[in-house]
Design a protein around this ligand. Structure first.
Ligand SMILES: Cc1cc2nc3c(=O)[nH]c(=O)nc-3n(C[C@H](O)[C@H](O)[C@H](O)COP(=O)(O)OP(=O)(O)OC[C@H]3O[C@@H](n4cnc5c(N)ncnc54)[C@H](O)[C@@H]3O)c2cc1C
Length: 209
């Protein structure tokens, strides 16, 4: 899913689904084997409504994310995730920067366009100066220090479902930064394809709050 002007979230892999959650939860009640469709719905509802969340930890997702550095910094505060990020010491990939859409900048369109141009000018200046430092022989890990947090980074992100639902809840909330909200909403849409019933029940509980 494309996010912002140049970002994305891609679901790379997943372990488990709605049925897996019910299957592992059944051990608590001494039941073994495959649950029926009806018992999957019943169990998922019970687990989610009673905060019996350990079975959700048996489902895991891996994503590839491209996001501005300031989004990545907020993202990685979620310590229960595993991360692997592109290194700026070892790579020479080109710098890409995030320019906010006009509608999230101040209302006056002319003023907004001016702000976009001004931001872009600053980003281009940083890229030029970075390249100049590199041409002087400055190491990339030192030269990158002059770059701002609106430049894009890419990382892999793996998290179990319990913590991922928490991530989505707090990051799609209106208190979170709008850019971060877009990524959280995208994650929710992607995992819904793998665990539709769980997401449906979880949303219902969320609506009741
Ligand atoms: C709107 C918003 C604004 C924020 N502003 C700031 C800010 O200004 N500055 C800032 O530094 N952070 C800020 N944060 C980050 C926030 O404080 C959390 O660090 C972040 O949301 C991760 O939440 P978490 O710890 O619940 O998630 P995770 O780190 O994924 O942890 C998941 C759960 O595991 C448990 N857990 C994890 N680590 C521990 C631990 N060490 N001890 C006990 N239990 C643990 C907790 O139950 C936790 O809820 C902000 C977050 C939001 C959503």
């Amino acid at each position: 899913l494309k996010i912002l002007d140049k970002g994305y979230v891609k679901l790379i892999d997943s372990l488990g689904d709605d049925k897996r959650i019910a299957e592992v939860a059944r051990i608590c009640y001494g039941h073994e084997g495959e649950p029926t469709d009806a018992s999957v719905t019943r169990l998922l509802t019970t687990l989610i409504n009673n905060q019996h969340t350990s079975p959700l930890e048996q489902v895991v997702f891996t994503f590839k994310v491209k996001a501005p550095i300031f989004v990545a910094r907020q993202w990685m505060r979620h310590r229960t995730g595993s991360y692997l990020e592109q290194s700026r010491r070892y790579t020479k990939t080109k710098w890409e920067y995030y320019i906010p859409e006009l509608d999230i900048l101040p209302n006056d369109k002319i003023n907004s366009k001016h702000i976009q141009k001004s931001m872009e000018g600053m980003f281009l200046f940083q890229i030029r100066e970075y390249e100049r430092l590199i041409s002087f022989g400055v190491k990339p890990e030192i030269a990158r220090g002059i770059m701002g947090t609106s430049f894009y980074t890419t990382f892999f992100f793996t998290m179990d479902l319990k913590n991922l639902l928490h991530f989505i809840e707090v990051r799609k909330d209106s208190h979170a930064q709008s850019e971060m909200q877009e990524y959280a909403i995208a994650i929710e849409l992607l995992i819904e394809e793998v665990i539709p019933q769980t997401i449906k029940i979880w949303r219902k509980k969320d609506e009741k709050k």
